[in-house]
Design a protein around this ligand. Structure first.
Ligand SMILES: NC(=O)c1ccc[n+]([C@@H]2O[C@H](COP(=O)([O-])OP(=O)(O)OC[C@H]3O[C@@H](n4cnc5c(N)ncnc54)[C@H](OP(=O)(O)O)[C@@H]3O)[C@@H](O)[C@H]2O)c1
Length: 259
């Protein structure tokens, strides 16, 4: 299937590693030009070199989603270049009991996990609407359907993104812009390794024991790969998914138990 991505321009947040990296590499392999965002300049350069080495087109754009002025300045460097595809992605919050989250932690996490995504979207959306074509894909979590114990900040704040996305999808559908959210269950990235390591420290078990117990809760019996996740995102970002909007797409090996 030709995804129709040749000549499209994508802005991928959190592109320096993990899911965002896999998405950027996959979109580029399908012929899109990608702008790679994140804080780690060296890691972004490595992803850009990987994409260029495979014959693709990638431009690193260093930004910190916690820094409003910095994000605005970085986006301004794009000039009049229209973004057709926006991948709203970034770092996850620290684990811990939700009952003891301090007020200023809520504010900081809202800024980076929610408000920053809204602001970047507001920057690219007018161009998408004017060109009557756009794809916005938000990377959230299985926790928006089945809240994950000890990840209360994620459960709470990603629900905001999902509510916003559904509302926005209705507002822009007639302009050819789709807005969808993708829910990773457990996809094997550095973040999953660090969450397993934190759980091992908390429980006194080994990381291998924690990972085995986690895999045992997934009907597929394993963690997903970043490529399996990126392939679904690439489809939602493609020409082929033109009539899919306002959706929550699970990529979880069956981990979410509800319909
Ligand atoms: N992997 C899973 O199974 C899973 C499951 C549920 C939810 N999620 C969520 O999906 C998202 C991506 O997952 P992942 O596993 O790929 O996470 P990850 O390995 O931690 O990658 C996060 C990405 O976001 C970037 N980032 C973090 N903070 C940033 C900031 N302040 N400004 C700009 N960029 C920032 C990081 O790059 P820099 O460090 O270069 O900034 C990195 O590229 C995360 O929010 C995660 O919580 C993942």
């Amino acid at each position: 299937m030709d995804l129709g991505l040749k000549g499209r321009r994508a802005l991928v947040l959190g592109a320096s590693r993990g899911l965002g990296r896999a998405i950027a590499v996959t979109l580029a392999a399908e012929g899109a030009s990608v702008v790679l965002c994140g804080r780690n300049r060296e890691a972004l350069a490595e992803v850009a070199a990987t994409i260029a080495g495979a014959g693709g087109d990638a431009t690193p754009l260093t930004l910190d989603l916690a820094d409003r002025a910095g994000v605005d300045a970085a986006l301004a460097t794009l000039g009049d270049v229209g973004i057709d595809i926006l991948i709203n992605n970034g770092g996850g919050p620290p684990p811990g009991p939700v009952a003891s989250v301090e007020s200023d932690v809520w504010s900081r996490q809202f800024e980076v996990m929610v408000n920053a995504l809204f602001r970047v979207t507001a920057h690219v959306l007018p161009g998408m609407r004017a060109r009557q074509w756009g794809r916005i894909v938000n990377i959230v979590s299985s926790g928006v359907v089945q809240p994950i114990p000890n990840l209360g900040i994620s459960n709470a704040l990603r629900a905001s993104v999902v509510g916003w996305a559904k509302t926005l999808a209705g507002e822009v559908a007639a302009d050819g812009v789709t807005v969808n959210s993708v829910l990773p269950g457990r996809i094997h990235t550095e973040r999953v390794d660090s969450l397993d390591a934190a759980a091992a420290t908390r429980s006194g078990k080994t990381v291998a024991e924690i990972a085995a117990a986690s895999r045992a809760t997934i009907p597929a019996g394993r963690y997903g790969t970043p490529q399996e996740f990126a392939d679904v995102v690439a489809f939602l970002a493609s020409e082929r998914a033109s009539y899919v909007t306002g959706a929550l797409m699970r990529v979880d090996g069956g981990a979410i138990r509800s319909i």
